[in-house]
Write a protein that binds this ligand. Sequence first.
Ligand code: COA
Length: 160
Amino acid sequence: MMRPMVKADRQAVLELIRATGFFTEGEVQVALELIDIYLNNPEQRDYYIVVVENEQGQVAGYLTYGPTPLTEGTWDLYWIAVAPEAQGRGYGQQLVGWLETEVKKHQGRLVLIETSSQPKYQPTRKFYEKLGYAEIARIRDFYRPGDDRVIFGKYFRSKE
Ligand SMILES: CC(C)(COP(=O)(O)OP(=O)(O)OC[C@H]1O[C@@H](n2cnc3c(N)ncnc32)[C@H](O)[C@@H]1OP(=O)(O)O)[C@@H](O)C(=O)NCCC(=O)NCCS
């Protein structure tokens, strides 16, 4: 079951982001900043956040996305995380499916995802490739020497 995030989910989402062990405290704080912009400004249209629940109704994963500023039809997948014990059960795929449905509804053309070239992100890159995303750009030594910014993208055809 998927639904837009609400204030009552804040703690559970924060815990699952930390539980992945993937993100530095600085990254967690940036993820949290977007969460708070979303939760505290219902009228804003820059960030959207959805959560997926497990069979017990607990939050198992979350996704932040939004239209890329100053573009026509490009969208960013900003953050995605699934709780470690819930990974590999299709929740991540469901979250990206939600994003793609929304993007198509808004005549979006392109979804971009930024990630790191570090070996620990290899499973994450495999996940994106499995979902039809391909590496379309890379900035060498972006995050730190030896750690590239890798940009994955997927184009959607317009229905003409
Ligand atoms: C990346 C992540 C969101 C994937 O979510 P998930 O719920 O585990 O993934 P799913 O179960 O939906 O997997 C979807 C498909 O991707 C494949 N996949 C997922 N993880 C994979 C891995 N480690 N290696 C290879 N394929 C993988 C699955 O096999 C599945 O394909 P299938 O249906 O043919 O089996 C999750 O593992 C996660 O939160 N990772 C840590 C945080 C992170 O990396 N976030 C992104 C930061 S840029």
